[in-house]
Design a protein around this ligand. Structure first.
Ligand code: AKB
Length: 339
């Protein structure tokens, strides 16, 4: 009998850390964690198996099929928006071909198991491309069908992978004599900027918020790369993990979308600065916009409409801006840097 496992790619990433820790806390340990670099020591003890592997390596997945019955796939591995702009073709290979490899694995597993394997895919607000600041301000909370014209390779990749997910769920091998019996149970969330107290992001264009907080807590100066008036949706990492697990547990029959918006709070960079200055009055933060990265963030919405997630799978954030700082970020981050 093959061992039943939950497959998590991108294990070393910010979301990977949060998800593996939460699953372990929930008593779930049949985790197979994969990352291109050796999985962090702190995570290995929470996993049944931690593999160093490349999601572009099909042989890796062929080996897994023979040994494991994959119950759910959380495909978190990705090259984020800023990094992807420096290596767009490599990002496309990893973000799209990598996802295609995982979708193929999921389809094969669905056939073996006689049921649709759940495939949780983190999409992003980067799929939105709001044309200009005037429209961004007027648009307010954007719906999933608004402004789907991404301006980054990462945003293009994420939007296309949502479309691939729908294809693998509903149309894969549609001309075959024997139609695909189960498909993939593809479920996706368009995450806002995520702020973790435990890890520091790298390669994202929404990183200005977590970078500002972590640098202030280390009493290090920080030049914020966006204007003070820059406003996009953010979320505390525990809520991002809560959303992934809620969507995974949701009744398929209630789901009306392939990809869902979720929101929590949407402060401007200046409002985040003011909160930090109250907590770390001596912090040396100033605003030196990187006009190229600023241009990307200005195409992302000021806020998102998450009515569908509320209706379809009872989404509700635990952390608003104030609680995120008071009860999650500052206590954990201050402890982390006091050592
Ligand atoms: C990024 O900045 O690229 C990501 C995102 C918004 O998806 N954090």
């Amino acid at each position: 009998m093959r061992k039943q496992i939950i497959l998590i790619t991108g294990a070393n990433g910010e979301m990977g850390h949060g998800l593996i820790s939460q699953l372990a806390e929930n008593g779930i340990t049949n985790i197979l964690a994969i990352d291109i670099k050796p999985v962090d020591e702190s995570l290995q003890s929470m996993c049944q198996l931690a593999l160093t592997g490349d999601i572009l390596d099909n042989e890796l997945f062929d080996r897994l099929v023979s040994e494991y019955e994959i119950l759910t796939i959380y495909h978190l591995a990705a090259v984020l928006s800023t990094h992807a702009e420096f290596t767009p073709e490599a990002a496309h290979r990893i973000n799209v071909q990598g996802t295609l490899n995982l979708l193929r694995l999921a389809i094969e597993q669905s056939r073996w198991q006689g049921r649709s394997v759940k495939f949780l895919f983190p999409s992003s607000i980067a799929v939105y491309g709001v044309p200009n600041l005037e429209i961004k301000t007027k648009a307010g909370k954007v719906k999933e069908s608004d402004f789907n014209q991404p301006t980054t390779m990462y945003g293009c990749n994420k939007l296309y992978c949502e479309v691939l997910g729908r294809y693998y769920q509903q149309h894969y091998r549609q001309l075959a004599a024997d139609p695909e019996p189960y498909g993939v149970d593809f479920r996706s969330i368009r995450f806002p900027g995520l702020i973790s107290a435990v890890t520091v992001p790298s390669g994202g264009t929404s990183d200005f918020a977590p970078e500002m907080i972590h640098r202030a807590a280390q009493h290090q100066p920080y030049n914020c790369f966006v204007r003070e008036d820059t406003r996009i949706p953010f979320m505390a990492m525990p809520d991002a993990i809560k959303a992934l697990l809620l969507l995974e547990q949701a009744d398929q029959k209630r789901l009306t979308k392939i990809a869902y918006n979720i929101g929590a709070f949407n402060p401007s960079a200046g409002e985040i600065y003011k909160i930090i200055k109250k907590i770390y009055p001596n912090s040396l933060i100033d605003f030196k916009p990187d006009l190229k990265r600023q241009k990307i963030v200005d195409t992302w919405p000021a806020d998102v409409d998450d009515t569908a997630a509320q209706n379809d799978w009872d989404w509700k954030p635990d952390y608003d801006l104030c609680r995120a700082f008071e009860e999650y970020l500052i206590p954990t981050i201050s402890k982390r840097y006091q050592r």
